[in-house]
Design a protein around this ligand. Structure first.
Ligand code: NDP
Ligand code: 8X3
Length: 253
């Protein structure tokens, strides 16, 4: 069955893989991100491969006015969103708090916490009105544990963990499902962003073990949406087999 699915951060990584698997399974998708050229590329590819409809919406999720305008001006045929995948997010920098960059903190808090709240505030009323819907929040192992130098990123993902639980308690009476997927290390553009374009440092993160691929997470996200209406997956921690916790890896030289 075609369920209109909105995926934030679909220009790369997990979001892009989610766009692919939902399209492959016949869903019409709304894809968001800031890089309009990437949105257009993904849109063109998925429409021609899978014959579904794609609505690309370019906005910065940190800007509440842009988020509100994008959702409130959806054409009627796109207004019946049934699945919201809150995926857009990032880590910037890896530093102690006492030496941290304030601007990095603002970017993480504004994107991972406030951005997720802005889009949820705009879309969830549709779910409540229709008495159905499924929100999937992409958390992280960093929302379950804290690791040295991860401080503010970990705090934002702990916030996603708390927001997910809060959503579930509030939406249970409206028949809306709320799921969190909390992954360990996945090879995407995540580390390039964290290290501000330093590809060598970013590549170093994934050396010596097999990280998750974004498709691994997208498959699981999709699976959670295929369950019968009375079954919900609340929370899943998904790790590479070679990663036991935020800091314990089996890395070969
Ligand atoms: P990528 O960097 O590959 O993708 C991040 C996506 O988020 C991009 O599409 C980007 O789009 C979007 N995004 C970032 N900032 C904004 C913004 N201000 N406005 C709109 N969109 C934005 O990383 P991942 O796929 O790895 O990350 C996806 C999610 O998974 C994040 O929430 C991350 O915290 C989480 N995660 C990642 C893990 C990993 O190891 N990779 C592990 C656990 C969780 P654009 O730049 O076009 O705006
Ligand atoms: C991304 C995984 O371990 O770098 O959320 O925080 S980690």
């Amino acid at each position: 069955m075609n369920k209109i699915t909105l995926i934030t951060g679909a220009t790369s990584g997990i979001g892009r893989s989610c766009a692919t698997i939902f399209a492959k399974n016949g869903h019409d998708i709304i894809i968001t991100g800031r890089r309009i050229d990437r949105l257009e590329e993904v849109s063109k590819e998925l429409k021609s491969k899978y014959g579904i409809n794609v609505l690309p919406l370019a906005f910065d999720i940190r800007n509440n006015n842009d988020v509100k305008n994008a959702i409130s001006s959806l054409p009627d045929e796109w207004n019946k969103i049934e699945i919201l995948i809150n995926n857009a997010g990032l880590a910037v920098g890896l530093n102690t708090i006492h030496e941290g960059e304030i601007d990095d903190w603002e970017r993480m808090i504004d994107t991972n916490v406030k951005g997720l709240l802005y889009i949820s505030r705009a879309v969830l009323p549709l779910f409540v009105k229709n008495k159905k819907g499924h929100v999937i929040n992409i958390g992280s192992i960093a929302g379950k544990e804290v690791y040295p130098f991860g401080n503010v990123y970990c705090a934002t993902k702990h916030a996603v963990d708390a927001i997910t639980k809060a959503m579930r308690t509030e939406l249970v009476k409206d028949g809306v499902k709320v799921t969190q997927i909390a992954p360990g290390a996945i090879e995407t553009e995540f580390s390039i962003v964290r290290f501000k374009g330093d590809k060598e440092k970013a590549d170093g993160i994934y050396k010596g073990f097999k990280p998750l691929k974004p498709e691994d997470i997208a498959d699981i996200v999709y699976y959670t949406t295929t369950l019968p209406s009375h079954v919900n997956i609340n929370d899943l921690i998904v790790m590479p087999t070679a990663q036991a916790s935020s800091t314990v890896f089996d890395k070969k030289a």
